[in-house]
Design a protein around this ligand. Structure first.
Ligand code: NAD
Length: 350
């Protein structure tokens, strides 16, 4: 006996890395980053309609593997992501990811996607969203300490969504700085390679730290931070992995994504459990103040939260419409009689 081909519900659109890169170029990377910043901002505004839980982490000596779920009641998303700072020595990336979006009403997935590119884009878009509320007005210069995989995305999002014109780069590995400088040539940004973190942060109104090291590091010390700076700290995102000296936190107003997760993973893991922080969604929705004066030091203690991935998958799903940039995966078993899964297996042998 023959069996029927899978129904539409059984075939799940899948976006490969290659198709994702085509989609990003099809939209235009800066437009993609700007639109994604807006979509994430919209979801932060309706923060209370989401299920929220700190991500589920499995730690090892080499790094961490995490699952990041959330739902708004209509859709559910989950991302698999790793963080292995020593991977680059083996020619592998520090961060890779993939994820899915599903319909809550049936539990069936509606999109499966690569998320390594998307994680870099959504992290940069979230940084830009935070900077809109926290950076000094008219900021034009940003320093980036740590010039690895995330760096160019951070630079372009801050240019596209916040008007940054000059990027100052520093990395302990000059080859990483040279790679970033080369990749940003022709972007319209003025790019300055620096020989020390001190040189990089000079005259910068925003400092982004995106280094990778699985230990308490001190990329910025208190004496390096003058009044009025906005710090966008994205590399301290795991227990035991931080980038800032704790004295900086004592002088800063600290903004976070989801406090229960950031207290485990972010810069504030160095501080007591009641260290005051403001969740960014409250600033976005107008319930709390962002930057209040030009002298204030603001810190976005970014660790990455599931809602940003949810927003990104929904954005990608909408942006795929009218393109052929996905393949159908036969990933959901679809028996003619939903209770006859075994019969479907038997018929396949005949
Ligand atoms: N907050 C988030 O949402 C989020 C998202 C993605 C990645 N991350 C984190 O951001 C960090 C960067 O990620 P990536 O993919 O770019 O990693 P990467 O390994 O590609 O790049 C890290 C760079 O930091 C440099 N570096 C290490 N120690 C340094 C130091 N003391 N001073 C200056 N540079 C130093 C390395 O030489 C390397 O070039 C990682 O820690 C990652 O876990 C956070």
């Amino acid at each position: 006996m023959s069996f029927s081909p899978p129904s539409d519900k059984a075939m799940v659109p899948f976006v490969s890395v290659e198709n994702m890169m085509h989609l990003i170029h099809h939209v235009g990377i800066e437009k993609f980053l700007c639109e994604l910043t807006d979509v994430i901002e919209d979801d932060f505004r309706r923060w209370e309609s989401f299920d929220k839980t700190p991500r589920i982490a499995s730690h090892s000596r080499q790094g961490v593997i995490e699952l990041m779920p959330t739902s708004d009641g209509a859709f559910y998303s989950c991302k698999y992501v790793n963080g292995h700072p020593r991977n680059t020595i083996e020619g592998l990336q520090t961060v890779t990811a993939f994820g899915l979006l599903a319909e809550v009403s049936t539990g069936y997935p509606v999109l499966i996607s690569e998320m390594t590119m998307l994680t870099a884009l959504r992290t940069a878009a979230t940084s830009a969203m935070a900077a809109r509320y926290l950076a000094p007005s008219g900021a034009r210069t940003m320093a980036i300490i740590g010039n690895g995989a995330q760096a160019e995305f951070q630079a372009l999002a801050m240019k596209a969504a916040c008007g940054i014109e000059t990027i100052k780069l520093y990395d302990i590995d000059p080859r990483a700085t040279e790679k970033t400088r080369r990749n940003l040539a022709g972007s319209g940004l003025e790019v300055i390679a620096c020989c020390s973190p001190q040189a990089a942060i000079e005259r910068a109104e925003i400092i982004t730290t995106c280094t990778a090291d699985k230990q308490f590091a001190t990329i910025l010390t208190d004496n390096m931070i003058g009044a009025g700076i906005h710090i966008n700290a994205i590399g301290g995102d795991c227990p035991g992995k931080t980038e800032l000296h704790r004295d900086i936190l004592l002088r800063s107003d600290t903004f976070v994504e989801f406090a229960p997760q950031t207290r485990i993973e972010g810069e504030i893991q160095q501080m007591p459990a009641d260290f005051p922080v403001t969740e960014l969604w409250r600033v976005v929705s107008g319930e709390a103040a962002g930057r209040c004066n030009p002298q204030q030091i603001t810190l976005f203690d970014s660790v990455g939260f599931a809602i940003e991935d949810f927003s990104t998958l929904r954005f990608v799903r909408a942006r795929l419409a009218g393109t052929d940039l996905c393949q159908n995966l036969d990933i959901i078993a679809d028996p003619d009689d939903p209770r006859d899964l075994f019969g479907m297996l038997q018929r396949c042998r005949q």
